[in-house]
Design a protein around this ligand. Structure first.
Ligand SMILES: *Cc1c(COP(=O)(O)O)cnc(C)c1O
Length: 488
């Protein structure tokens, strides 16, 4: 187990300390938990694909952390004083000023969301034959690089793909592999090296400041730029502060500046960083800035709004400021660590150490009686919804695409991701999730596989529909009713 130094976690006198919310809830949204029969109907109609469920049928929505984080009173207040104008609004000036203050980069381009930054970056910097090394790919990033004729080279450390590990920074780059990639391809083929904070697809795993310094050194040697994807920076900052010895005395602001000064370009999805909806690119490189700026009116909007509403821009400016507060960014990682530790006590296989973003369940081991071609992570997502009303996301073979010959591409990992939108759930809701997952684990032999009834060629995990390979869901409902009686 990785020991986080929880300097700011409040200690309890009786029993184990639990994460304590450092905020109070002043606006609430009513939830409903439909009975198990209704959930069966809903998941059947959704083709056993949690993406196709209607939110009205969902109790706890753990599909994603994107655009669904709780806003603060200060963010909502700021939205009311937004200055609406096509060009040169006060709102833009405030947001630009805030990004300069936090990232220490003088040039800022607003975009409508994270992947829009990737489109602009790739169109500006990636050509046919370009090679872009990165700690791990992200779906939309890779798509934009490939679209522009480039390829992605992942240079993760060996521990990155170990589900059960105690490495505190599984998002680190392997510097030896990186050096080799540069030597083999030649620096002129490499427009930039991309480092992703809180590496999304391997379970929200952080990269260390020390590792970033190492990457910078190599890049300086070869004259290569570093592009930093800061979408999941909030969680990563918390892990640097608590897991990296030399940073424990530094403030979150200081750590952010250190990271920032190691990079040439920073971009982010404000659906995650800043708890609102939008995005942006920050840099000191005037030449690249001017090239990127030409694309903004084409794909985003005028330079002072980039496709965002001014209200969201105000919310982002305040949200970025609040991200510099440890009491605000610790809540997600502490809740996730609690969930991971409690599930481990029940023997449930989970990705360790606990990362940011969410809790990731290892469906390969959870359902080791299923073949990958029966989509264990997809089956587990459907089964969990059935017994709890909780919506998670499949991250496994179902999320891959068949090869040209029509064969399955088996995924490295079969994960059920249970995202933890920031400051949205209470600890008792997390405990409910742990309880139902634990029950499902005890009854895992009842869970069967899935097969497609409608299989789109691309992005099949978004739109595809599946059926159960037997009547296993009816048997699961019988057992559920037997154990829980009248309870929903
Ligand atoms: C979500 C995400 C993106 C894309 O951002 P959107 O706002 O969803 O377009 C890019 N990189 C990472 C690491 C992300 O998590």
């Amino acid at each position: 187990m990785v020991e986080n130094s929880r300097s700011r976690q409040i200690k309890f006198h009786f029993g184990d300390s639990v994460p304590l919310e450092m905020h109070k809830v002043r606006i609430v949204q009513k939830l409903s938990l439909p009975p198990v029969e209704d959930r069966f109907k809903a998941i059947s109609e959704a083709g056993n694909n949690t993406f196709l469920l209607n939110n009205r049928d969902v109790f706890l929505d753990m599909l994603t952390d994107s655009g669904v984080n709780a806003m603060s009173d200060r963010q909502l207040a700021a939205m009311m004083v937004a200055d609406d104008s096509y060009a040169g609004s006060e709102t833009f000036c405030r947001l630009e000023k805030k990004t300069r203050e936090i990232f220490n980069k003088k040039l800022f381009l607003p975009t409508h969301q994270g992947r829009a930054c990737e489109n602009i970056l790739a169109r500006t910097l990636v050509n046919a034959g370009s090679v872009v090394p990165m700690n791990y790919h992200f779906t939309t990033t890779k798509a934009h690089i490939v679209e522009n004729g480039g390829t992605v080279e992942e240079v993760y450390i060996d521990e990155a793909l170990e589900v059960d590990s105690n490495h505190p920074f599984k998002g680190n780059m392997d510097l030896e592999k990186l050096k080799n990639i540069i030597k083999i391809n030649g620096a002129e083929k490499i427009p930039f090296i991309r480092i992703e904070a809180g590496t999304n697809l391997i379970g929200g795993q952080p990269v260390s400041l020390a590792n970033m310094r190492g990457v910078r050194k190599l890049c300086d040697q070869y004259g290569i730029m570093i592009v930093f994807d800061a979408s999941l920076l909030a969680d990563n900052l918390y892990f640097i502060k608590t897991r990296e010895k030399e940073c424990q005395e530094m403030s979150i602001r200081e750590i952010t500046q250190e990271i920032s000064n190691l990079t040439d370009i920073i971009y982010f999805s404000a659906r995650k960083l800043g708890n609102a909806r939008g995005g942006g690119i920050c840099t000191n490189n005037e030449q690249v800035y001017l090239q990127m700026r030409e694309l903004l009116p084409l794909y985003e909007g005028f330079l002072t709004y980039g496709g965002m509403s001014v209200r969201e821009m105000e919310a982002i400016a305040v949200g970025l400021d609040e991200t510099m507060d440890e009491d605000m960014i610790n809540q997600g990682p502490q809740f996730i660590a609690f969930m991971v530790e409690e599930l481990q006590k029940k023997g449930v296989p989970v990705v360790t150490p606990a990362g940011g973003l969410g809790c990731h369940i290892d469906a390969m081991r959870f359902l080791d009686h299923l073949a990958q071609t029966e989509y264990p992570a997809g089956s587990l997502a459907a089964a969990l919804y059935l017994v709890s009303g909780i919506r998670g996301m499949e991250r496994g073979t179902l999320s891959e695409q068949r090869d040209e010959a029509g064969n399955e591409t088996l995924s490295n990992m079969e994960l059920l991701r249970l995202a933890m939108p920031r400051r949205v759930f209470t600890l008792s809701q997390v405990k409910y999730a742990i309880d139902r997952i634990g029950w499902l684990y005890e009854n895992r032999q009842l869970i069967g596989g899935l097969s497609f009834t409608e299989e789109p060629r691309v992005l099949r995990f978004f739109f595809g529909k599946l059926q159960t390979r037997s009547d296993w869901q009816l048997k699961l409902i019988d057992k559920f009713k037997n154990d829980f009686g009248d309870s929903l």
